[in-house]
Design a protein around this ligand. Sequence first.
Ligand SMILES: NC(=O)c1ccc[n+]([C@@H]2O[C@H](COP(=O)([O-])OP(=O)(O)OC[C@H]3O[C@@H](n4cnc5c(N)ncnc54)[C@H](O)[C@@H]3O)[C@@H](O)[C@H]2O)c1
Length: 454
Amino acid sequence: MKNNFSRREFLQTASVAAGSLVAANKMSAQAQPILLPMAAIPQQTASSDRVRFGMIGIGMQGSGLMGMSVNLPGVECVGAADLYDGRHTLAKEIANNPSLPTTRHYQELLDRKDIDCIVAAVPDHWHKRVVVDACNAGKDIYCEKPMSHTIADGFAMVDAAKKNNRIVQIGSQRVSSVLCAKARELYQQGTIGDVSMVELTLGRNDPTGAWVYPPPTDLSPETLDWDTWLNDAPKVSFNPLHFARWRCWRNYGTGVAGDLMVHLLSGMFHTLGWNEPPRSASALGGIFRFNDGRDMPDLHTVLFDFHGVPVYVRLGLGTETPELARFMGPKGVMDTGEFDLKVFHQPGIDLSPSYYSSGFPQKMREEYIKQWHAEHDPQLGREPVNEDVVYRGHDWDDMAPHLLNFFQAVKSRKPVVEDAVFGNNAAIACHMANESYFRKKPVMWDAATKTAKS
Ligand SMILES: NC(=O)c1ccc[n+]([C@@H]2O[C@H](COP(=O)([O-])OP(=O)(O)OC[C@H]3O[C@@H](n4cnc5c(N)ncnc54)[C@H](O)[C@@H]3O)[C@@H](O)[C@H]2O)c1
């Protein structure tokens, strides 16, 4: 079973490194590519038409983003910043350019006039500063999910994007996938009727899936600017495990909520056309398996209230279960998995006499059954045909189209698919899930103060 975001990114990164980009048009069957061909950036681009980006953070995700981006037509990486020197080497390798300018100081990229935009894949506790600095420097920015590390951070980022009129794309790439587009189209056509409940679930069962990553072997206070890496987090001495496994600690990461739930929630927003914080979140969970010093739960269940619709989420790192977003309505069920989208139609009416009639005396029962058949039986040869449909794509989420959507917007100034307001709303839900878990009580969204209240 391949239900693990980071494993997927590894495969994508590896294929990019081998010079064989996993192309956006490699999907099969009914789901249609939504972004290619790229109108705004033609294959043969004059140098003035090219989009030049600076890369900030070239770790597990940044290496994949950078590899994808440099393979997009008309897109060029002209500089890279990372606090760890090993990633300067990696950036030059990915760009296939030993002279690519690299630095520990991302501000140098922001100061460069020849850089149009930034792609950033830094840990969550750095998102706000990088996005706000980029916007204030007049750069558009693609920033990884979850958009923010705290609720307040998210609003500061939205304000910076608005104030500077900058394009900000948040990196929950599944909203650019063909399967997500198909799910949205089907929902808007009324395929399942008005949604009455959503279930979002995903489980992993291996140390890598639980972020137990091996630190780079040459990591040291000499090769890494540790003090800067900490940003506003409490000062602690150099710790390679914090560097590689930052997701495990609240000071740097946002747990399974910000790592995994945000993808499922963003896909749900896009499918249903929602874009708002939940009214409330009520979470239960704990550290059941990876009791390795982390403070973030490895099992997190949440019940959200989105304008009255219950959205149940279950994420776990201790048992592997397939990734599933299940949308339920009066006309049926839409199941969106990693590689396919299944629609199960339900007529929502009785197809036979009610079994309640087994409690009727014989004469009454027989009359009721006879009457029912007379009123409901279809004409012979005209019985309804119920169809269930499966749409297959090559992946539920899709990094290349999502990046392409951003680079196109940098040139066209048209809105991106996942702007700062969308990213902020999805992230707020994750923060509310974490707040409820840590406070051990439900939290409500208070729009007036932009905070989660108990
Ligand atoms: N969209 C997805 O499917 C997906 C998948 C994985 C990770 N992510 C997101 O990508 C981001 C990065 O995750 P990762 O796993 O690549 O982390 P990582 O730790 O592997 O890499 C982060 C890199 O950022 C660098 N960095 C930190 N602060 C910096 C600064 N101020 N200036 C320059 N470089 C800095 C670090 O040195 C490190 O090399 C996170 O927000 C994560 O949630 C998204």
